[in-house]
Every structure is written in structure tokens, then in C-alpha cells.
Design a protein around this ligand. Structure first.
Ligand code: COA
Length: 411
């Protein structure tokens, strides 16, 4: 049975800051943010555009882009590390806001930026096991990435949600079920203790943890992919080069380049070949071809934690779905703490038409650029501030708390 991502929907905050302006305001050479980190613009979420509001909007858009009947949904999973309640999951709010069927499993999954992939894998394996009995799943990744004004992590913030309808005979990407490599280690590279709004992060260490994880996860995927005959593993043949594109988790765009060079390093190490300047040049050329096309949306939205990998996938399909139809692509998900997974899938023949239905071209056009001063004003607002005015279009919004219950409105 073919199983995978049938449709996508993306939601981003209505406002953003320009990274050159942010760099100047911080007294930093703009090249550091733009070239050094690969960031052009950064989404700024107001407290009223919380994880629930973004998730519900992305979910509604994914369902609108898909051809499945809502009544056939049997599972809703939200992957998030910026939930709004210690007990009630974001998925429960979304289930109500989208008026989804009562006869569903509904829950959140959490492991930093990996939470959405945990949901995707649960959905894919639920369908593969036969337990779904013909039903489909809605998996949503939604987060607000917040390190704080003036911190080293500030230029790697962002916010947004990516929703995926997961079904049999998917239009966008058929996942290679059971062909993946996982890698986990107990580390404190990034975490957010209870009660803190800002993440704690050991930034350079987190980059190293990510690189260690991608090495182990990629090698795990490669062994299984060769065993299953998905890629060739003869001496001199790089398995990673047989993937038409690779989407990595993108906390900032430069990280995808570091990750790809690490995968190439692993390939050469496994073949007993030295990493030298020629290997680095070949690695950079393959980055341009295989990875760079996954980054345009990420560079203009920033880090969206659980959704970052899938924002890369959405941007890639938006730009290249027609030429990639029938091609195998790789995906790498990393969640600090840490756990990770490298997996793969094949782009569907109908992917170009289906991704067009997600209307990603309109997403960035609808946004408003704000000044650094306005961004700082928004960052200083308490988390329970309602949205000052109604969002244009089809948005949802947080209205405030009444009797300890979060209230939402949406069109
Ligand atoms: N022009 C071009 N590039 C420049 C530059 C300039 N003027 N000034 C600096 N750079 C480059 C640096 O060489 C470096 O590139 P490299 O990593 O390829 O060497 C890059 O910009 C970043 O500079 P660095 O000094 O390392 O930045 P930093 O100490 O402020 O921290 C992070 C960067 C990513 C560690 C920090 O933003 C952070 O902690 N982010 C949150 C955590 C995170 O996203 N982790 C990722 C794994 S999950």
C-alpha cells in the first residue's frame, strides 16, 4: 500500500522583520545574519497568534487542499514544543475549532523540533498496520520559536505551522515505510524549563549535537535503503547522491549546509576516503543542487521548530514538484534533547497540482513588514494579550483567558 503526505497547508504570522534591519539595530554586521546564518526575514508572532491559532489555520488549509472527506479522518496529532496548557493538548483546541469528527484519536506529541515527525510516523504506521481501516490522519506541526531580544538565538527565531493530510495513495510524497534511521542521546543542547517563555540553549553545542545525530541517523537509513534496494551501495556510489533532494531540519538555513556536508563526510569516511578540499567543493556543489531549493520559505520565515523540516518540503514542492515527480527525496528531522530520524519518500505524479492548491505563493505576499521597534514592542507583550485587531482573511485568534479557559475566535 502507498502511504504518505497527501496535502499540505501552511500558516505564518501576519508580520515579519527584515534581518538586515535587525542586524543593524543590534550593531551586528548584516552579513552575519544574511550569509552567516542564511536568514532574510523573520516571522513575528503576536501573543494572539499562538500555537493553537496557527495550527488551526494550517489544518484548515491542508484539508481544503486535500480531496479527502473530513468524515474519513480518524487521527489528529499536533507536534509542538510550545503548547498552551500542561494538560489539554493543542490538538484538542484544533479539533474543536475545525469541527472535526468526534470519532477520532486526538493528541499532541513532544520532543522539541522532532514532535511533528513523531506524529507523521505514528500516522503512517497506523495506516500501514491496517488499524486505520481506510481512514486518514491530520498531522500538524505548530510552534513559536522564541529566544528573546538581544540573545545569540534572536536571529534564529520565527513562528508558523505546517499541516499534513496523511493517507493511502498520497498525492504529494509516498513515504518509504520502515526505511529510516533514528538516533537519540540525552543532552542539554536546547530545552525550556516549565514556566519559562524563552528557550535555554547552548547554541554551538546544539549544532554539534545535530551533526552527531545526522551522522548516525543517515547511516541507519542508508543500511536499510540499500537492503531494500531503494539506493545502490556499490563502492564509489554515494547513496545520498541518489536522492534527488534532501530536506533537513532548518533551525537556520546555514544549518542545512552544515548537515549536508556532514552527510557527505560520513559517506567518504565509510568508504575509507579522506575529506579534503576537493571533497568539500563537491559537497558544496551537491548542496546547491540537492538542498538549496528546499530553503526559500525557511529563509523568509525563520525557525518554526517542529514545522521547519516540512516548511522546507513545502517550499521545495512549491518550486519543483513537477520536475521531481517520481523522484526519491530524503528528509532529516532533529529534535534537541535529542532525538532524530532520517527517512525518505517519492514525490507523487500529482504533486504539482496538489501543492498549487496550498496557495503558498500568497502566503508571504499577505504579510506586513514591521520595524525592529514594533517587533520589540510585540515581544514585550504578556503571553495572554489578545490580538489587537481581527486578522484579515481566514485566520483564527486567541481572545484571552476566561475562567482559566483559553478563548478563540476564527472565521
Ligand atoms: N559575514 C558572513 N558570515 C559571518 C559574518 C559576516 N559578517 N560574521 C559571522 N559570520 C558567520 C560565522 O562565520 C558563522 O558561520 P559558520 O557557522 O559557518 O562558521 C555564522 O556566521 C554564525 O556566527 P557565530 O559567531 O557562530 O554566531 P553566534 O555565536 O551568534 O551563534 C547560533 C549562532 C546559531 C549558535 C545562535 O544563533 C543560536 O544559539 N541559535 C539557536 C540554536 C540553534 O538554532 N541551534 C541549531 C541546532 S538545533
Amino acid at each position: 500500500m502507498k502511504i504518505g503526505i497527501d496535502a499540505l497547508g501552511v500558516a505564518v504570522p501576519r508580520r515579519y522583520v527584515d534581518m538586515v534591519e535587525l542586524a543593524r539595530a543590534r550593531g551586528v554586521e548584516p552579513g552575519k545574519y544574511v550569509d552567516g546564518l542564511g536568514a532574510r526575514e523573520m516571522a513575528v508572532a503576536e501573543p494572539g497568534e499562538d500555537t493553537v491559532a496557527l495550527a488551526a489555520l494550517a489544518g484548515r488549509r491542508a484539508l481544503a487542499a486535500s480531496e479527502i472527506d473530513r468524515a474519513s479522518l480518524g487521527l489528529l496529532v499536533v507536534g509542538t514544543e510550545t503548547g498552551v496548557d500542561h494538560s489539554k493538548p493543542v490538538a484538542s483546541f484544533v479539533h474543536g475549532l475545525l469541527e472535526l469528527p468526534q470519532t477520532m484519536r486526538v493528541y499532541d506529541t513532544q520532543h522539541a523540533c522532532y514532535g511533528g515527525t513523531a506524529g507523521l510516523m505514528a500516522a503512517v504506521e497506523w495506516i500501514a498496520s491496517g488499524a486505520a481501516a481506510g481512514r486518514s490522519a491530520l498531522v500538524i506541526c505548530s510552534d513559536i520559536a522564541r529566544y528573546g531580544v538581544g540573545t545569540a538565538g534572536e536571529p534564529t527565531q520565527g513562528a508558523g505551522a505546517v499541516a499534513m493530510v496523511v493517507s493511502a495513495n498520497p498525492a504529494l510524497v509516498e513515504i518509504d515505510v520502515g526505511v529510516s534511521g533514528a538516533a537519540s542521546t540525552h543532552v542539554f543542547d536546547f530545552w525550556r524549563p516549565l514556566g519559562l517563555r524563552e528557550a535555554q540553549v547552548d547554541g554551538h553545542y546544539s549544532v554539534q549535537c545535530y551533526l552527531d545525530a545526522v551522522s548516525a541517523a543517515y547511516r541507519g537509513w542508508k543500511v536499510r535503503a540499500i537492503e531494500r534496494g531503494l539506493v545502490r551501495g556499490a563502492p564509489g556510489e554515494l547513496a545520498s547522491e541518489q536522492l534527488a533532494r534532501i530536506c533537513y531540519h532548518v533551525p537556520f538555513c546555514k544549518m542545512a549546509r552544515k548537515a549536508h556536508l556532514q552527510v557527505r563526510r560520513c559517506e567518504l569516511e565509510d568508504a575509507g576516503t579522506a575529506w579534503d578540499p576537493a571533497a568539500e567543493q563537491a559537497g558544496l556543489a551537491s548542496f546547491k543542487r540537492q538542498v538549496d531549493p528546499t530553503l526559500p520559505l525557511c529563509a523568509r520565515i525563520g525557525n518554526i521548530y517542529t514545522g521547519s523540516l516540512y516548511l522546507g518540503l513545502a517550499g521545495l514542492l512549491h518550486a519543483q514538484a513537477a520536475e521531481l515527480a517520481g523522484s526519491r527525496i530524503g528528509l532529516f528531522s532533529y529534535g534537541s534533547g535529542c532525538t532524530s530520524e532520517f527517512f525518505s519518500g517519492v514525490v507523487g505524479k500529482a504533486a504539482a497540482a496538489r501543492i498549487a492548491a496550498a496557495k503558498l505563493g500568497d502566503l508571504l505576499e499577505a504579510r506586513e513588514k514591521i520595524s525592529v521597534a514594533e517587533y520589540e514592542r510585540i515581544m514585550a507583550q504578556p503571553p495572554t494579550s489578545p490580538l489587537e485587531d481581527a486578522p484579515a482573511g481566514d485566520g483564527f485568534r486567541f481572545l484571552g483567558v476566561k475562567d482559566h479557559r483559553r478563548q478563540y475566535a476564527g472565521k
